[in-house]
Design a protein around this ligand. Structure first.
Ligand SMILES: NC(=O)c1ccc[n+]([C@@H]2O[C@H](COP(=O)([O-])OP(=O)(O)OC[C@H]3O[C@@H](n4cnc5c(N)ncnc54)[C@H](OP(=O)(O)O)[C@@H]3O)[C@@H](O)[C@H]2O)c1
Length: 345
């Protein structure tokens, strides 16, 4: 019988218990989050906090959110908020996650989880001490496509995995958001874009060591284009790159001794529109998995956090704390080799 892809076993997000969310930082991604919560789950965004009361109120108006606050402190103190989504720039994740945890609120923290591993450890230690959930909003790791990949690799269909190749290049610099160009906001391609290939390789290989990186830096000292090679614990090699100075179709391939997986389509390997193909060494497509729903991909991470909260867990299955630690450690090492540091680190 010809080899096939393993089927995903991600529960329907509409079946997850409802959670009342507070959004911290009403920027671009917070809007995507609010849309996915509303359209793709039974949860609700009930409050939003901004550094400006006007911006909070405008976001609340756009997304039908009941309560808006002109400070993050007021947001996390809201007794009707059951969990906080931290959607500020990378530089602020550590402080904002700690703020929410100190107020007794579980947190879903946008990627990159923090600027570095030391900050991540402090957030996880605070969650541990408070008995609260903390999860990295690396949304792709919660998607059915990544579940197909993980199960197919674990089932041995590919044979031994020799190589993971992934790229994430978007044209966001020099004329893009300040968030990417500014060292103060922990900008650069790696933390914003490269975190996807690094997390994908971690997802497939279960860890990365022997990291070798090279890259080009902007005049302000953040990375513009970065390449990474690394090795997984069973010998598979990761070959990854990212850039914020150019755009590609952002494909990924997992190459095994018996077959390979190709993730592509929908704009990127990591998005909710990506398909997975199982390809024989001679190029024959043996099987394909195509997503039936491509909108509101964030709904899967929202639902998984809701299930974890309902079950009293402090971690999600898809991005356990050790996965966040490994990804942050890899990115620390890449930045060390590139010579990228952020003010105040
Ligand atoms: N998962 C994804 O697909 C995806 C895509 C894009 C971005 N992201 C991630 O989401 C996070 C936010 O990105 P974004 O594109 O939404 O950024 P954004 O549009 O600039 O929004 C960030 C928000 O953070 C708040 N903020 C708090 N402190 C700030 C500071 N010192 N400087 C600037 N803003 C500050 C601002 O809200 P107030 O000032 O009103 O409080 C702002 O609206 C990042 O971690 C990024 O990597 C994820």
């Amino acid at each position: 019988m010809a080899p096939t892809l393993s089927a995903p076993q991600v529960p329907d997000p509409m079946q997850a218990p409802p959670v009342r969310w507070g959004v911290l930082g009403p920027g671009g991604i917070a809007s995507t989050f609010a849309g996915a919560v509303r359209a793709g789950t039974r949860s609700m965004v009930v409050a939003v906090g901004s550094r400006s009361a006007e911006r909070a109120a405008a976001f609340a108006g756009r997304h039908g959110v009941e309560r808006s606050y002109g400070s993050y402190e007021d947001l996390v103190a809201d007794e009707g908020v059951e969990a906080v989504y931290v959607a500020s720039p990378h530089s602020e994740h550590h402080a904002h996650a700690l703020l929410a945890l100190a107020a007794g609120k579980p947190v879903l923290v946008e990627k990159a989880f923090t600027r570095n591993l030391a900050e991540a450890e402090e957030v996880l230690a605070a969650a541990d001490a408070e008995g609260l959930l903390a999860a990295e909003a690396m949304w792709s790791r919660y998607l059915p496509s990544y579940d197909v990949v993980r199960r197919t690799v674990e089932d041995g269909t590919l044979g031994d995995v020799l190589l993971v190749e992934a790229e994430h290049a978007q044209l966001l610099w020099p004329d893009g958001p300040e968030r990417l160009s500014s060292p103060d906001l922990a900008g650069g391609a790696l933390l914003d874009l490269g975190v996807y290939p690094v997390a994908f390789a971690d997802h497939v290989l279960g860890g990365l060591d022997a990291v070798r990186a090279s890259g080009t830096l902007s005049d302000l000292g953040v990375d513009v284009t970065t390449t990474v090679t690394a090795r997984g614990p069973r010998g598979g090699i990761a070959h990854l790159w990212c850039s914020m100075g150019a755009a590609t179709a952002c494909p990924a391939t997992v190459v095994g001794t018996r077959a390979r997986l190709e993730l592509s389509g929908g704009g990127s390997f990591y998005g909710s529109g990506a398909s997975v193909h199982l390809v024989a060494p001679d190029g024959t497509v043996l099987d394909e998995w195509v997503p039936t729903v491509t909108e509101h991909g964030f709904r899967h991470q929202v639902a998984e956090v809701a299930r974890a909260l309902a079950e009293g867990r402090q971690e999600t299955w898809s991005v356990p704390w050790d996965a966040t630690r490994r990804v942050m450690a890899t990115m620390d090492e890449v930045r060390r080799q590139l010579g990228v540091t952020y003010p105040g680190e």
